[in-house]
Design a protein. Structure first.
Length: 137
């Protein structure tokens, strides 16, 4: 999983969330929840996704129609990128698409290297630009 805490990207009904491990996310029909799912098979406060310090988990809150991971009804289970999660029905309930966030590319705190001056223009006469060595000090 790498050295940092892995962010998880959740996609549902055309919306995308990058989940922050420092908090949990509630899923359900409740408009005050973090991810509102307007589907009759989903309970008001259906489930929560959270990071437990080692991995991501989804926990069902006693929903009427259940939470399913890889087709199996679950109460609480570890999830990761690629997990098949459905709410309310194992086959055609709202599906959560999970993928890993690209946390290691282009997200450094600052530039990887200091900015360098642009290379010198070629000298008159058509020779290559870096003909003369830099003066020795």
């Amino acid at each position: 999983m790498g050295r940092g805490v892995p962010e998880l990207v959740l996609e549902l009904n055309g919306r995308t969330w990058t989940l922050d491990p420092s908090r949990s996310y509630t899923l359900g029909r409740d408009p005050q929840g973090d991810m509102t799912i307007d589907d009759a098979r989903v309970s008001w406060r259906h489930a929560t996704i959270s990071w437990n310090g080692r991995s991501w988990f989804i926990e069902d809150h006693g929903s009427t129609n259940g939470t399913y991971v890889h087709g199996q009804r679950v109460q609480q289970v570890e999830i990761a990128a690629g997990s098949a999660v459905n709410l309310g029905n194992a086959t055609d309930g709202p599906r959560l698409s999970l993928s890993a966030a690209d946390v290691y590319s282009g997200r450094a705190a600052g530039p990887a290297q200091p900015q360098q001056a642009p290379p010198q223009q070629p000298q008159q006469g058509g020779g290559p630009g870096w003909q003369q060595p830099a003066p020795q000090q």
